[in-house]
Design a protein around this ligand. Structure first.
Ligand code: SAM
Length: 294
């Protein structure tokens, strides 16, 4: 069975009484060579298990099953579960689970896989929920080797942007804190059924085993990143004084100077390591302020 053939997809969906559900972001890939490439991109030094989010009709799932020892695929749409049992009947190394990835306990689901190592994520993500899924995966603390995702081209540009460019934002800094993103392919709408209204791109995030920059206070680091990009047009000192009302603007400016960053710079020019140094100095300023009050 050719799982990328539009007519086959339509006929089998019809036979199972299913139609494409927009609310779940169902745009299925219909280009075999694109699907093969995406499945190949996710390979790391030692990839054994692949977590797929949203197997849909099963085209990518099948190509993953061909290449890796084990595939665990989470699908929210109950109607697709019996269909996947049919389309993936020969792929004995695939486990399809009916689940919302946002609610799933990935640590328990993949406990044994994480224990033996070599777990990667591969997905053609539903576009209505791309960023929340990425943030969940990145901040999970789980030892994923890599995360390979098809996303809207605009999100791909944000993930891979360099400091000082218009696409650079909080998502870029968050993802660069956890790993290194690389855009590997562009996919036009014509490769999907039904075609989405936007261009898509494949991004691979190679997760750091050890993060190159670690802040003293992670919450404060994320707060500084959010604060800086919440008001992009403001200078760093102004944006951060709104985000941290308990630290005076002059203390924020002094903390930035100590971190080697101009208080009049804009957040979008700061790299992840700049934000780490800045948040460490802000932590010191907050501590000194609290000690002064006592
Ligand atoms: N992997 C298939 C492909 O590449 O052709 C389908 C990709 S389609 C863009 C997204 C898939 O994610 C759909 O099957 C959809 O039902 C599923 N999905 C949407 N939201 C989900 C969620 N919260 N958790 C798990 N799966 C979800």
């Amino acid at each position: 069975m050719n799982l990328c053939d539009p007519l086959t997809i339509k006929n089998i969906m019809g036979a199972f009484g299913l139609s494409f559900r927009k609310k779940y972001g169902q745009n299925f890939l219909t280009d075999k060579s694109a699907v093969e490439s995406i499945a190949g991109f996710c390979a790391g030094d030692d990839t054994k298990t692949v977590l797929e989010i949203g197997p849909g009709f099963g085209a990518l799932t099948h190509e993953l099953a061909v290449r890796y020892e084990k595939v665990v695929a989470l699908e929210i749409d109950r109607g697709l579960i019996p269909l996947l049992a049919y389309t993936l009947a020969d792929d004995k190394n695939v486990t399809v689970i009916e689940a919302d990835v946002m609610k799933a306990d990935l640590a328990s689901l993949l406990k044994e896989d994480f224990a033996r190592g070599g777990v990667a994520v591969c997905a053609n993500l539903p576009y209505y929920i791309t960023t929340p899924i990425l943030l969940k995966l990145l901040s999970s603390g789980l030892p994923f080797e890599s995360i390979t995702v098809t996303v809207q081209a605009e999100v791909a540009d944000r993930l891979c942007a360099a400091p000082g460019t218009p696409d650079y934002g909080s998502l870029t800094v968050y993802s660069s804190y956890y790993g290194r993103s690389e855009k590997l392919a562009k996919l036009p709408p014509s490769l999907f059924l039904p075609p989405p209204s936007v261009e898509s791109a494949v991004v691979r995030i190679a997760m750091y085993r050890e993060k190159p920059c670690v802040p003293q206070d992670e919450e404060l680091f994320f707060g500084a990143v959010r604060g800086a990009f919440c008001q992009r047009r403001k200078t760093l000192a102004n944006a951060l004084s709104s985000a941290f009302p308990d630290i005076s603007k002059s203390e924020i400016a002094a903390a930035a100077e100590r971190a080697g960053i101009s208080p009049s710079a804009r957040g979008e020019t700061l790299s992840c390591s700049d934000f780490v140094r800045l948040s460490d100095e802000l932590a010191a300023a907050a501590k000194a302020g609290a000690a002064g009050e006592n």
